[in-house]
Design a protein around this ligand. Structure first.
Ligand SMILES: C[S@@+](CC[C@H](N)C(=O)[O-])C[C@H]1O[C@@H](n2cnc3c(N)ncnc32)[C@H](O)[C@@H]1O
Length: 299
């Protein structure tokens, strides 16, 4: 253990974080989204939103030097923390030396078999949540992997870029509502927990952040026949935000089917001159079902 690094002492303060960085000669890699949290209040907000207790597990993505990991270890029965940067593994080993309920995994979360990891690490617990201060450069791929793999999660509580959090929680009708809002709300109920200023990180990012809580639904928000087709339809409606859905969908179903679109949309009560950003999840689902039933598709 490097001299002066005492296991069990909170690392989330400017002084301790700087101390650890200096003692281990650690240099930040911007390319890995390394912005470490130094604020105990924000950590408490994140952990309390996750509704953990000793019967629950927490999967942390990107533990850094262990600021959040320490708090998760106190609140949950077991923690698994996946860190891509091998230079952080010895620091985590030292900081978490007297925290036996934490298992650190060295790896890229995007490449790991997370279903297997959850089975191996959290067997016997009553539920698992993902809790993380995510690296901003891969926020959406990480969240889409967690959702699309249909992992048995209760909540996903993550610190992400403020604008991305607002897009995830956006309701139809505004400029923030888009395919990301639909994808997240299809699987989860989103709730903005708090806005976080960029001053609570070392180094400070250029943007503000937000903590968002995504509570996984027992079943998707709307019934669709073919999930892939539903998401393709949503993407198609948002392809060019200024265009009407009829125009955007023409590119999707092909010019040959253009004249069938108007009656099809009117048949399900959707004005063809509306824009994608005004459609609810129910309307996107009805549209996907109608396109499939009419056998209109891009070909
Ligand atoms: C924003 S920092 C958060 C660090 C720490 N949890 C905190 O709050 O202070 C993001 C962390 O994710 C790690 N990371 C980046 N890409 C990753 C990936 N693909 N898989 C796992 N960890 C990753 C970075 O090395 C860094 O430690």
């Amino acid at each position: 253990m490097a001299e002066g690094i005492k296991a069990g002492v909170d690392v989330a303060s400017p002084k301790r974080t700087k101390d650890i960085i200096a003692r281990y000669g650690f240099t930040f890699k911007k390319s890995l989204g390394q912005n470490f949290l130094i604020d105990q209040n924000i950590l408490r907000n994140i952990v309390s939103a996750a509704e953990l207790d000793e019967t629950k597990g927490a999967l942390e993505i990107g533990p850094g030097i262990g600021a959040l990991t320490q708090k998760l270890a106190e609140a949950a029965g077991r923690v698994a923390a996946v860190e891509i940067d091998n230079r952080l593994i010895p620091i985590l080993t030292d900081v978490l030396a007297d925290t036996p309920n934490v298992h650190v995994v060295h790896g890229d979360v995007l490449k790991l078999d997370l279903a297997k990891l959850l089975r191996e690490q959290f067997a016997g617990l009553s539920g698992v949540s993902v809790v993380a201060n995510l690296p901003y450069y891969v926020t959406t791929p990480i969240l889409m992997k967690l959702l699309e793999e249909k992992l048995p999660l209760e909540h996903i509580v993550v610190m992400i870029q403020k604008e991305v959090a607002q897009r995830m929680a956006a309701k139809p009708g505004g400029k923030e509502y888009g395919s990301l809002s639909v994808a997240v709300q299809y699987y989860c109920v989103p709730e903005l927990v708090c806005i976080v200023p960029h001053t609570v990180f070392i180094p400070q990012p250029n943007v503000d952040s937000a903590v968002i809580k995504l509570s996984l639904r027992d079943k998707p928000a709307v019934e669709v026949e073919d999930e892939a087709h539903f998401f393709q339809t949503v993407q198609a409606c948002f392809a060019q935000r200024r265009k009407t859905i009829a125009n955007n969908l023409t590119a999707y179903v092909g010019k040959v089917n253009r004249e069938k679109l108007g009656p099809l949309l009117e048949g399900i009560g959707i004005d063809p001159s509306r824009r994608g950003e005004t459609l609810s999840l129910e309307e996107f689902a009805a549209l996907s079902r109608a396109l499939l039933a009419a056998d209109l598709h891009s070909s």
